[in-house]
Design a binder for this molecule. Structure first.
Ligand code: GRG
Length: 298
């Protein structure tokens, strides 16, 4: 998915993966820890932690790189546990994830449920145990609050519930936007906002611009996801295509068509980029990510 000027993503990726690995319990401790490693250390684009690292670089946060890496690891863990539960038979019932058997297929349902259940508090535990003189307990608490709200009953869980209830129904474009904001967008927004908390002298107006950026970015990312479910290559996306159509779900392509959906993703990506350009920060790499997420093949 990368061209030469995207090498910064590789550097970040190794920081992210090291921080995640350091935060996990030993793989050989139990069947659950084996399932946890299997489901987390298995590739994945690491977009959410990438945003955290790129935002931190852009606004030059007051905390250490090690702190940023741990916050990024916590954000990715929340995403990873949502994927394990999303694949369960009671949810999307998907057999493949990131090019390998999904957790409940490789292990069993109980193990997948417990692995997901274990990863959620682990992500919060990581945040509570960060030691950095420039990260106050108050800010830590605010970050935990942000992540908890993003995945709770007014965030990811509600988005997932609406997604399940929408099977065999035709949603309007607005309903679809709202569902994806809850399901995917709020966690992306939390990743952006938690970095703003790491900078003392950032203005409220700039934080609001970053929120706008994250909403457009999150939606563009999700629309491309829907488009890839139709035009993607199974090997590259790591799971069978047409899974949304087969479940009779409303998606952007089912409402707007593939071409219009891709156009919508691209214009949101451009709008997200334009917001970044207005900010008084070095946002070049974040801007590149806006282009990448709407042209990605996985
Ligand atoms: C786990 C909080 C929680 C609630 C349970 C299962 C569930 C309710 C919610 C699932 C929400 C979900 C899976 C959202 C993500 C949708 C999405 C765009 C997944 C793909 O993300 P990528 O492309 O995947 O970033 P990789 O594999 O690259 O990390």
């Amino acid at each position: 998915m990368k061209t030469d000027d995207l090498n910064f993503l590789d550097k970040n990726l190794s920081r992210i993966n090291q921080a995640i690995l350091k935060s996990l319990p030993p793989e050989n401790f139990s069947r659950i820890t084996e399932a946890i490693h299997y489901s987390i250390m298995n590739g994945g684009k690491r977009i959410r932690p990438q945003i955290i690292l790129l935002m931190s670089d852009a606004i030059k946060v007051d905390v250490s790189d090690a702190t940023v890496d741990l916050i990024a690891a916590a954000g990715e863990l929340i995403h990873c546990y949502s994927l394990i539960h999303d694949d369960l038979p009671a949810m999307d019932d998907d057999d493949f994830r990131r090019g390998q058997l999904s957790c409940h297929k490789k292990f069993d349902e109980a193990t997948a449920i417990l692995a997901g259940d274990a990863i959620q508090p682990l992500s919060l535990e990581i945040l509570t145990t960060i030691e950095d003189p420039n990260l106050s307990s108050e800010i830590k608490l605010k970050i935990i609050n942000l992540f908890s709200r993003a995945c709770g009953p007014k965030g990811m869980v509600e988005g997932q519930s609406r997604d399940i209830l929408s099977e065999n129904k035709l949603l309007s474009e607005d309903e679809l936007d709202e569902m994806h904001y809850l399901k995917t967008g709020k966690l992306i927004e939390a990743c952006v906002l938690c970095v703003c908390l790491l900078k003392k002298d950032i203005f409220e107006a700039q934080i609001n611009q970053f929120i706008e950026f994250s909403r457009k970015f999150g939606l563009a990312f999700q629309i491309r996801d829907d488009v890839l479910d139709i035009i993607g290559n199974e090997e590259e996306i790591g799971k069978p295509i047409n899974s949304d159509i087969n479940k009779n779900k409303s998606t952007y392509p089912s409402i707007l068509g593939v071409e219009e959906s891709q156009k919508k993703a691209e214009s949101l990506g451009k709008e997200a980029m334009a917001i970044l350009k207005e900010l008084p920060y070095e946002t070049k790499n974040l801007e590149s990510l806006c282009t990448l997420i709407v042209s990605r093949n996985n």
